[in-house]
Write a protein that binds this ligand. Structure first.
Ligand code: ZN
Ligand code: FE
Length: 239
């Protein structure tokens, strides 16, 4: 399996998970159809599955056109069956979703939205975290509570440290500014910021991050209890 990062809209990332053994792919959170189609047509790859982390338009905007063009199967959380356009396969928490050579564990991680899930490709040690865990940040809480979000992040925290994190947006630099403000003595964070500044200067995405880096540098993952997490989330909402 090979991951291709596709920039969409202003600062969204969609991801193609490509199986080179049969030229097929899944797309995670297609914000819009065109950039995905351009890539697939160029490389002659067939889009078999559309995986959605949650129902927000910047994560499902390409569902209908892509499904129509490739007859792809749309896969999402069962609780969001009314909100995910074109949904075919309804997933449950802790389920293993397996199709052809693709295999991922589904984790229900509410907070940003009530039906948010992530796709953990445990064999490849990759996780698609949507708008729940960002590099150096976490999603805004729209439909849940701080406590739910804190619990959801804790589910991700216990995965193997070398797990690669693929999130829904390029928010890393702005997130870094917030982390630096409230965690200014963190040497690992300094190193990470140097790295991402270099990447962005060269026009390279700061994604994927790794769980190890996030545990060392992401102030929201470093919060030890709901109370301190909530305080950070409030500060960030007004940052
Ligand atoms: Zn969202
Ligand atoms: Fe989003």
């Amino acid at each position: 399996m090979r991951i291709e990062i596709i920039s969409c809209l202003n600062d969204n990332y969609s991801y193609l998970i490509i199986d080179d053994s049969n030229n097929s792919a899944c797309v995670v959170d297609p914000s819009e159809p065109e950039p995905i189609i351009n890539f697939l047509e160029n490389k002659n790859i067939k889009l078999k599955y559309i995986l959605n982390t949650h129902h927000h338009y910047d994560h499902v905007g390409g569902n209908k056109d892509l499904k129509k063009r490739y007859k792809s199967i749309v896969v999402g959380f069962k609780g969001d069956s009314k909100r995910i356009p074109g949904i075919d396969v309804l997933l449950e928490d802790n389920q293993i979703w397996k199709a052809e050579n693709f295999e991922a564990k589904i984790m229900h991680i509410p907070g940003h939205t009530s039906g948010h899930i992530c796709f953990h490709f445990f064999k490849e040690k990759l996780i698609f975290t949507g708008d729940t865990l960002f590099s150096l940040g976490c999603g805004r809480i729209f439909e849940g509570s701080n406590e739910q979000m804190f619990k959801s992040l804790n589910k991700i925290k216990v995965l193997p440290k070398e797990t690669k994190i693929y999130c829904g947006h390029e928010y890393t630099l702005n997130n870094a500014k917030f982390c630096k403000k409230y965690d200014f003595e963190n040497k690992d964070l300094q190193k990470k910021v140097d790295k991402i500044e270099k990447q962005l200067k060269n026009g390279i995405p700061t994604i994927p991050s790794t769980l190890k880096e996030e545990l060392e540098c992401n102030i929201f993952l470093r919060a030890n209890d709901v109370k301190s997490f909530s305080k950070l989330r409030d500060l960030k909402d007004n940052f």
